[in-house]
Design a protein around this ligand. Structure first.
Ligand SMILES: *Cc1c(COP(=O)(O)O)cnc(C)c1O
Length: 514
């Protein structure tokens, strides 16, 4: 494989196995690897004819730019094709089933898009006078009401931009509450072993010491282990329910009671709310704070680093500590409260009020489904996951296979033992079958994890086609067809990338051609 001056692979695929880090390029005529804009454009050209500018007197003083801008000049069709070709390299939920566990890659209804593009939502600015954006504030207020009803909680902070940001918001409310109650010395957060990495990261980021809690052999959190860890230093537990093994925590109420009795708060990671919305209200389980990933549960688009939204519902105990701003009913209609009740608010989390486009889409999803429709979506998500689980069970090794799962099903790599094929190889082979791989090597509590979440939006036909591919791959691995896995992916524009190097040493800046 050869590299160009930007460290990008170039050249044709070579025969032989694709080792990790082997980014050989495949020759895919209809899906060519797209060069950078800077590689196809030329700085000597411009896509439009602009008249020369005559500047008599610069008002920029010494800051006037003297060197050329160095932008790649392209015609409109050239730049259009560049971005359309790039977009075709992206696998998306609109292209096929996307079984990424814990991510809830469900269909994004086009109705949501239509609503979000209405000028009264799309063309407004957060600094407009509130009297001119009453409709937008009503969307925020109505969405907040739906979230509180669905979770049976007392308040909701709308501004967090994603799940992890919501975790930070909830934990900051917990910290503020402890400080207000003279409990500021509490500096430990309990986090079960199966937790998403963002949970311990959030706690550590806020200066807490993270104490792990062991899982039981059935994949659920051990209530006795929680009790044993509840020292007077414990500020909170961060628990995911349904958990990342796809199981509903049976002792969640007992855990909540024990944590409260010890003076701590219960932060619930609500990323998996899609499994229980309209069926279980987390407030009834004793939670104090929980983020809801609108981009997972409520069908707003996600992936590729695009915007998400992670509103955090709060219990009565934490409501006074919610961040500002929030929407309030005033004498002249809706207004934005910028200071909070009795100034107990922990302050401002970020600029403005949250992700308006995501709010509009999520509320459109809720209103078009209705309460009963959301319940049905949750039940169908669970049904689909259990269907996949039942069908895969004959070839895969499901560590908690004797109990039904919630919205996602988990296999370990036991079924690949002795085949020479790893979870990573298996995932790469799925790409050749036309599927985005499932979540792999997470959760950490099982070996070589494969976490599959189909969501409710898949039909029986598409589930069957997926199952067929997965069973066929498992049989091929067991039959010793190891080359197929080592070579994979052979039908993608790129083979195996050195993902660690890409993450550790990203080349983000164009530094000129060779
Ligand atoms: C997705 C997810 C998160 C983080 O949410 P983001 O919106 O990606 O920041 C946290 N916990 C779990 C269990 C998740 O699945």
């Amino acid at each position: 494989m050869s590299m160009n001056s930007q460290g990008r692979p170039s050249g044709k695929i070579q025969d032989g196995p694709a080792a990790p880090g082997d980014a050989a390029v495949n020759d895919c005529a209809l899906l060519p690897l797209e060069p950078l804009l800077f590689e196809i454009g030329s700085r000597d050209h411009c896509g439009v004819d602009l008249p020369d500018v005559q500047i008599d007197e610069s008002r920029l003083g010494g800051f006037r730019r003297l060197s050329p801008l160095d932008l790649p000049g392209l015609s409109e069709p050239e730049s259009m094709r560049h971005y359309v070709r790039l977009s075709r390299l992206n696998y998306s939920i609109d292209a096929g089933l996307y079984p990424l566990g814990s991510c809830t890659m469900k269909h994004n209804p086009r109705l949501n898009e239509k609503v979000a593009r209405l000028p009264g939502f799309a063309d407004i600015h957060p600094l407009q006078p509130v009297s001119t954006v009453q409709g937008a504030l009503q969307v925020i207020d109505e969405l907040a009401r739906w979230l509180m009803v669905l979770t049976n909680t007392s308040a909701v902070a709308m501004s967090p931009k994603a799940g992890a940001h919501g975790e930070m918001c909830g934990m900051m409310a917990i910290r503020a509450a402890h400080h207000a109650n003279g409990q500021g010395h509490r500096d430990v957060v309990l986090v079960p072993e199966s937790a998403h990495g963002t949970n311990p990261a959030t706690a550590a980021f806020l200066g807490y010491r993270v104490v792990p809690v062991a899982a039981r052999s059935d994949g659920t959190v051990d209530v006795d282990a929680v009790k044993a860890a509840l020292t007077p230093e414990v500020a909170a537990i961060m628990l995911t329910n349904p958990n990342t093994c796809g199981l509903f925590e049976p002792d969640v109420r007992k855990i909540a009671d024990a944590v409260h009795d010890a003076g701590g708060y219960f932060y619930c990671d609500g990323a998996n709310f899609n499994a229980i919305m309209g069926v279980v209200r987390p407030g009834d389980l004793g939670i104090d704070a929980m983020h809801i990933n609108l981009h997972k549960t409520f069908s707003t688009p996600h992936g590729g680093g695009g915007p998400g939204a992670g509103p955090v519902v709060l219990s009565k105990a934490l409501a006074p500590f919610a961040p500002v701003p929030f929407v309030r009913h005033g004498e002249d209609g809706l207004m934005l409260e910028e200071h909070g009740d009795a100034n107990q608010s922990f302050g401002r989390l970020c600029a403005f009020h949250g992700q308006m486009g995501m709010f509009t889409r999520a509320l459109a999803y809720m209103l078009s489904h209705g309460g009963d429709g959301l319940t049905q979506a949750a039940r169908d998500a669970v049904l689909n996951a259990n269907y996949i689980k039942a069908r895969l069970q004959e070839e895969f090794s499901m560590p908690y296979g004797d109990q039904p799962c919630m919205h996602e099903t988990l296999s370990d790599d036991g079924f690949l033992k002795g085949t020479g094929v790893t979870t990573l190889d298996f995932a790469k082979a799925m790409i050749d079958e036309g599927y985005h791989p499932m979540t792999m090597y997470f959760p950490l509590v099982v070996h070589g994890a494969m976490l599959i979440e189909p969501t409710e939006s898949e039909s029986l036909n598409s589930l069957d086609a997926f199952v067929q591919s997965m069973l066929e791959l498992a049989r091929a691995a067991k039959a010793g067809d190891i080359e197929r896995f080592r070579q994979a992916p052979s039908r993608a524009p790129l083979r195996r990338l050195d993902e660690t190097a890409a993450a550790r040493n990203p080349v983000l800046k164009w530094s000129g051609s060779e």
